[in-house]
Design a protein around this ligand. Structure first.
Ligand code: GRF
Length: 189
């Protein structure tokens, strides 16, 4: 069994997708050993509704050291699924190749500090991009710069709105996040 820890800050629809994929066997031989939130959020409720172990660690300068202390020893993978705190260098360096993040743009475009959630979609539309997409990448101490695992793009339609863009992004996230998890865990795509 592979042990996955999921970090959330928001609604947790990507967490829900991981839960569903494990249940359906689309992510085989894996379990979520812990869900950690850095603030009160619906993602935490989802985890509790599924009887998953949860922990709340308030966001702030000690988050990474606090997380390191409670992380199950046998953790194979840490998934940042809509997680907004920045993990410090020491933490990232001690779990190289074991932390992944899902980001709603075609990195390296629209990544880095301040590029999260709706800000990204606004920036993409304002820039008049013809396409956008989703990236799953390894996490390093440099924000959104780790090696790309999977990326999928789609064309932006002329009448695209923030809401339609966000919906399309979520659909692609739900498709590529489980694939990326399987790939990192060594399960063939
Ligand atoms: C997703 O769009 C993800 O790419 C980004 O934050 C959002 C989280 O959504 N990092 P949810 O909390 O999984 O619903």
């Amino acid at each position: 069994m592979k042990n996955i820890v999921v970090l959330v800050s928001g609604g947790g629809t990507n967490l829900q997708r991981i839960i569903d994929c494990i249940r359906d066997g689309a992510i085989p031989n894996a379990l979520i050993s812990l869900v950690v939130a850095d603030r009160d959020c619906y993602g935490l409720e989802r985890a509790k509704n599924h009887q998953l172990p949860t922990q709340m660690i308030s966001k702030g300068s000690t988050f990474s050291t606090d997380l390191k202390q409670i992380l199950p020893e046998n953790t194979d993978l840490i998934v940042l699924a809509g997680f907004l705190s920045i993990l410090n260098k020491e933490f990232c360096d001690s779990f190289t190749g074991k932390i992944i993040n899902i980001h709603p743009s075609l990195l390296p475009k629209f990544g880095g500090k301040g590029m999260w959630g709706q800000h990204i979609h606004e920036a993409v539309l304002a820039a008049g991009e013809r396409e956008t997409g989703v990236t799953v990448h390894y996490v390093t101490s440099r924000i959104d710069e780790g090696k790309i695992i999977l990326q999928k793009s789609f064309e932006i339609s002329p009448d695209e709105t923030l809401q339609s863009l966000a919906e399309k992004i979520h659909t692609i996230e739900f498709e590529i996040l489980p694939k990326a998890i399987n790939e990192v865990l060594g399960i063939p795509l």
